[in-house]
Design a protein around this ligand. Structure first.
Ligand code: HEM
Length: 144
């Protein structure tokens, strides 16, 4: 039996659709920040930060990053937003893990979790502003 025309396979949808769009990303961020503020290491970076503002800004940024062509991000660049914060490799990895764990908890499928992880990991060089690129390594994106 051949595949009939109709809905495309789930993996062909833009990632932001597979994350249940604006509402889904908002829900993931709510769960992620519950984890972050319960983590002794990560919490310290967010002391005195306006979390509702940060989540709203991050949500728009991630909608764009995950392929929502209707979203327009007008906030600071990743480099500017994290400059001087001494975000470590461990903090970055834990942050990405916490997003993916939150996605899993809100029902996102495993393929879409992996796709979201890959997008976030590609931003490492822009978030870790003290980062010195190793010329021998082929980074998906360069700091900007
Ligand atoms: C791929 C990973 C990350 C992305 C996409 C991201 C994205 C963003 C964006 C878009 C903002 C700007 C909010 C605004 O001012 O409008 C921001 C701010 C911020 N980020 Fe990140 N971030 C990431 C990783 C991290 C990590 C690992 C940390 C610390 C452990 C961190 C800590 C912060 C803090 C504290 C602010 C607020 C700065 C302030 O308001 O002065 N971020 N982030």
């Amino acid at each position: 039996m051949s595949m009939s025309a109709g809905a495309p396979p789930p993996d062909a949808q833009p990632l932001f659709v597979r994350l249940s769009g604006e509402a889904g990303i908002g829900q993931i961020l709510d769960v992620q920040f519950e984890h972050i503020m319960a983590d002794d290491h990560l919490r310290e970076y967010f002391l005195d930060v306006d979390l509702p503002h940060l989540k709203a800004s991050l949500s728009i940024f991630l909608r764009v990053a995950f392929g929502d062509t209707r979203a327009a991000y007008a906030g600071p660049t990743l480099h500017a937003a994290h400059k001087g914060q001494l975000v470590t490799e461990l903090a970055f990895d834990t942050f990405v893990d916490s997003f993916v764990a939150a996605a899993a908890e809100t029902g996102v499928d495993a393929n879409s979790q992996a796709a979201a992880r890959a997008v976030l990991k590609s931003m490492r060089a822009s978030v870790i502003t003290e980062f010195k690129p190793n010329p021998a390594y082929n980074y998906p994106t360069q700091p900007r």
